[in-house]
Design a protein around this ligand. Structure first.
Ligand SMILES: *Cc1c(COP(=O)(O)O)cnc(C)c1O
Length: 386
């Protein structure tokens, strides 16, 4: 066992050994190190081949055309590109965008930035389980609504939104639909040939690939208004300039290929670990499970320990690597905007911890975590009696 036990897979994952072995072939002089944009020699051609193979691996996972994948530096950039790139500021009317209160900060901050530039913004609120009912979306659509951006799986609670219904509503009104699928890719099958999503963001480092690379799915047919946000050499069909990081891209491609084969088995394993963890904690403690009992992925558990300050508990649980919410927002926020949107008061929110399980979590890890949590809370409660 490796200590502290890593239960923070929703913030990032380690690179899989098979991904690592693939990546190191694309770094050194005796490997394939060329610039895929070099058209005049074999170093460039080989690098380009590797990039295209990865593009195919990624598109296979969502059943898209490989030409619909644009490489970026991660989901933050994909979200920025999807939202800013698809807003046509040349239009004279005021444009309206709809999103959700529980979105990732990289979507929310991008939208606030657009709001400063004159875009009208509506954020949908979820029910107490974190779910946004499709009716709520329907009610908020206006004549000037041009884009809807909603996430598939929430990174703090693991709840699954009904993107299929959202998509239907948008498409019947010719509104663009963007999905932040960073937490769902490789966990839930997504087939863009069946669901006509226009834009979808993912990241490599949440799926056992390297950090610093991600992708944006951009539907080709029908073509949409779309503008680059980074300008330069015209890579990625002019949509995202900059020399392609071949080793990173190859790593992301390999990570997707692995998930295509192993997703079902991995989900089953993680579900068993989740059930074991939850029943072990529930038995001895007064807890609330934040999220939806049905529409959730097994990887993420958001638990409120009633009457206990989560910051204190996290410090005392020194053999567990866990967090109170998302790593991305912990630099900015004191308490979670996601739990707040679900109606948790400040006090409950401050008593909540996110546990996220992944590929390398073992049964022993889970047993250890249960014992440490139960013992620590028991001591905390005994001390507070005096
Ligand atoms: C992690 C995460 C992001 C940001 O991804 P990066 O690749 O780290 O920029 C965006 N959205 C969700 C839902 C995430 O979990």
């Amino acid at each position: 066992m490796k200590f502290p036990i890593y239960l923070d897979y929703a913030s990032t994952t380690p690179v899989d050994q098979r991904v690592y072995e693939e990546m190191i072939k694309y770094l050194k002089y005796d490997g394939i190190f060329g610039n895929p944009s070099s058209r005049s020699h074999i170093y460039g051609w080989k690098a380009e081949q590797a990039v295209e193979k990865s593009r195919k691996n990624i598109s296979n996972l969502i059943n898209s055309d490989a030409r619909e994948i644009i490489f970026t530096s991660g989901a933050t950039e994909s979200n920025n590109l999807a939202i800013k790139g698809s807003i046509n500021f040349n239009k004279t009317e005021k444009l309206h965008v709809i999103s959700g209160e529980t979105e990732h900060i990289s979507v929310l901050d991008t939208l606030y930035n657009l709001q400063e530039n004159g875009i009208e913004l509506t954020l949908l609120s979820p029910n107490k389980n974190g779910i946004i009912h499709p009716k709520r979306l329907e009610e908020k659509i206006k004549k000037n609504t041009v884009l809807v951006s909603l996430m598939h799986v929430n990174n703090e609670t693991g709840i699954i939104q009904d993107i299929e219904s959202f998509c239907k509503i948008c498409k019947s009104r010719k509104i663009l639909f963007h999905v932040d699928a960073t937490q769902s890719i490789g966990k839930i099958p997504i087939d863009v040939s069946l669901i006509p999503i226009d834009l979808m963001s993912f990241s490599s480092h949440k799926i056992y690939g390297p950090k610093g690379v991600g992708a944006l799915f951009l539907r080709r047919k029908p073509p949409i208004y779309f503008k680059a946000q980074i300008h330069g050499g015209g890579q990625e069909k002019n949509f995202r300039s900059g020399t392609l990081p071949v080793h990173q891209i190859v790593g992301m491609g390999k990570a997707c290929a692995i998930l295509k084969d192993e997703m079902n088995l991995e989900n089953k394993k993680i579900k068993l670990l989740r059930d074991k963890f939850l029943s072990g904690i529930k038995e001895k403690n007064n807890i609330l499970l934040n999220g939806d009992p049905i529409n959730n992925i097994p990887n993420i558990l958001n638990i409120t320990f009633l009457g206990i300050d989560s910051k204190t508990l996290i410090i005392l649980l020194k053999d567990l690597a866990i967090s109170s919410g998302s790593a991305c927002s912990s630099e900015k926020e004191n308490s979670s905007h996601v739990l707040k949107a679900m109606g948790l008061n400040h006090f409950l929110s401050k008593s909540s911890i996110r546990f996220s399980i992944g590929r390398f979590t073992s049964k022993e890890d889970i047993s250890f975590a249960i014992n440490q949590i139960n013992n620590t809370i028991k001591i905390l409660k005994e001390n507070s009696k005096y």
